[in-house]
Write a protein that binds this ligand. Sequence first.
Ligand code: ZN
Length: 236
Amino acid sequence: MELLFYKDAYLKSCHATITYAQDGIIRLDKTIFYPTGGGQPGDRGWIETETGDRVEIIEARKGENHEDIILVLKENVPLPAVGSSITAELDWEYRYGHMKIHSCLHLLCASVVGDVTGGQISANKGRLDFNLPDTQIDKESLEASINRLIAEDHPITQDWISDQELDTNPTLVRTMSVKPPRGSGKIRLVRIGETVDLQPCGGTHVKSTGEIGPVRIGKIENKGKQNRRINLTFAD
Ligand SMILES: [Zn+2]
């Protein structure tokens, strides 16, 4: 299955062929739908058949492996036939919200010294948990520094790198805010600006930080001994 969102997160629709249809789920030969995972809800949207029938997709999920994505159809609709051509369309507002919040969590991660232990993304808010024993976080200065990084409009770019290339570039690993998983062959690196953030990530991001718009830091909660949960939302 071709995962189009890796190449272009802004693709809102595509033509595809149905390769599987059973028990309320379908698979396509290529997909713009990002699956549920890593604290981010899967994409929603629609497919339109050649005869003009429109079927609602309520969630994209990971299938049997990382290149297999299944689309869950709204209940009680007739399934389109395997081999038929369709047009897939994203619920773009929903996905774009995830892209902005997800990108902003990179900025949060880059602005707080401490290991990330968890996170959650929705279309208008997000949060990260940090292993921060006995650290006081200055909410106002954190909010100001994230909003400054947004206003500076840093480009967000991506590169694919092999385990081998990683081994020959030890400085790269040192500059990463999150250590890459090993043994998967190819690792996708997401970079913000020259030095704002660099980390392995398979998510969907906006093209530059300015697109995120102003944000507000919400509650900073204590979740257990070493977990500090930082919430953020759009300011508007
Ligand atoms: Zn990311």
